[in-house]
Design a protein. Structure first.
Length: 299
C-alpha cells in the first residue's frame, strides 16, 4: 500500500520531517522525486512508497543544498545509479561538494562536531538546472527562484500545486525554530512576498509542515516570523554595540532559545549575521573593526 498522498493527477506528497514530492512523468512508470530527505531512512521509505504506487524514480530534483533535502540521494542512487540529479547551479555545486556547507558556516575547515549528517550529506552528482518551465525525468514542472533560505533555492509549481521548499514553513516548524535559517534575510522576505502574489493555486506544500489551501495565511505567518527575528536583532543592538556572538546570545535569551550543540550554534549565528547584513544595507546598523573585533552598532 502506498504512503503517498495524492495532491493532483500525477502529483503526490510523501510527508516527513522534510516533505518530498513525487511527480509522475505522464507516460510509463517514471517519477521525478523532489527532495529526498536527510538520510537513508527517509530515502528507503520514499522508495517503498514510490514502488507501492507502481512508479520508479526517473530523476531527482533538489530544491537546495541543505543536507536534510538531499541526504537521501546517495541511497536512491545506490539502487538507481542511472537516475540524473538536478539542482540550481550554486546548490548543485554544494551537492557535488557537500563540505562547502559546513566550511561556509564555520569559516574554515570544520571540526568533527560540524561534520554530522545535519550539515554534511554524502556527495551526489547534481547537474545545474535553471528556473522556468522544465521537463525533468519526463515530468513537466515550473521552477520559481526563491532565494534567501539558501542562495539559489527554487520552489516547484505543477498546475495548481506549489511546493514552496523552505521559502515557506508550516506554523509548527516556525514555532519550533524561532530563528528560521537564512543566508539572506532580505531575499528570504522578498521570496515569501513573491509567492504570496501567485494566483491559481489550490494547495501549497511547505518544505516542513502540512499542505494548505491558505497560501496568504502561510505567507503572513512566515513574514511575521522573519520580521520578529529582525526586530530581535535590532533590540539586541539597542542594548549596546557588540560582536555577532554576543548579539546571538542576546537574541537567544530574548526568544528563549537554547542551543545544545555546535551545529545549532553555527546555523543560528548565520541567521544573526544575515539579519545584521540586512540592517546594515538598510542604514539601520553599521559595522566597524575595534580592538581586533568586528563590532556592530545601531546607526
Amino acid at each position: 500500500m502506498s504512503d503517498l498522498i495524492p495532491l493532483a493527477p500525477g502529483a503526490f506528497l510523501f510527508p516527513g520531517a522534510v516533505n518530498s514530492l513525487v511527480l509522475g512523468a505522464g507516460e510509463g512508470d517514471g517519477a521525478l522525486l523532489v527532495d529526498t530527505g536527510l538520510d537513508d531512512s527517509h530515502a528507503r521509505k520514499l522508495l517503498r512508497a514510490v514502488a507501492g504506487a507502481g512508479l520508479r524514480p526517473s530523476a531527482i530534483l533538489n530544491t537546495h543544498s541543505h543536507a536534510d533535502h538531499h541526504g537521501g540521494n546517495a541511497h536512491i542512487l545506490s539502487r538507481f545509479p542511472e537516475v540524473p540529479v538536478y539542482a540550481p547551479p550554486l546548490e548543485a555545486a554544494i551537492i557535488n561538494h557537500p563540505m562547502l556547507e559546513p566550511l561556509s558556516l564555520y569559516g574554515a575547515w570544520p571540526p568533527r562536531e560540524l561534520r554530522g549528517k545535519f550539515l554534511l550529506a554524502p556527495a551526489s552528482p547534481a547537474q545545474p538546472v535553471g528556473e522556468g518551465r522544465q521537463v525533468l525525468g519526463g515530468a513537466e514542472v515550473e521552477l520559481l527562484a526563491v532565494p534567501g533560505h539558501a542562495a539559489q533555492m527554487v520552489a516547484v509549481r505543477v498546475g495548481d500545486v506549489l511546493y514552496a521548499a523552505d521559502a515557506l514553513f508550516g506554523p509548527a516548524a516556525l514555532a519550533r525554530h524561532p530563528l528560521t535559517f537564512c543566508a539572506d534575510s532580505a531575499a528570504q522576505k522578498a521570496s515569501a512576498r513573491h509567492l504570496g502574489t501567485l494566483t491559481g493555486l489550490r494547495l501549497t506544500v511547505p518544505g516542513h509542515g502540512e499542505a494548505t489551501g491558505d497560501l496568504a495565511g502561510l505567507v503572513a505567518g512566515n513574514l511575521g516570523a522573519y520580521g520578529r527575528t529582525t526586530g530581535a536583532v535590532r533590540e539586541a543592538l539597542a542594548a549596546g554595540e557588540a560582536g555577532v556572538d554576543e548579539l546571538l546570545a542576546r537574541v537567544c535569551a530574548a526568544l528563549d532559545v537554547t542551543m545544545k550543540d555546535a551545529a545549532a550554534l553555527v546555523l543560528n549565528r548565520a541567521v544573526i549575521s544575515a539579519h545584521l547584513a540586512e540592517l546594515c544595507a538598510g542604514g539601520e546598523a553599521a559595522l566597524r573593526v575595534d580592538a581586533n573585533r568586528l563590532i556592530f552598532a545601531l546607526a
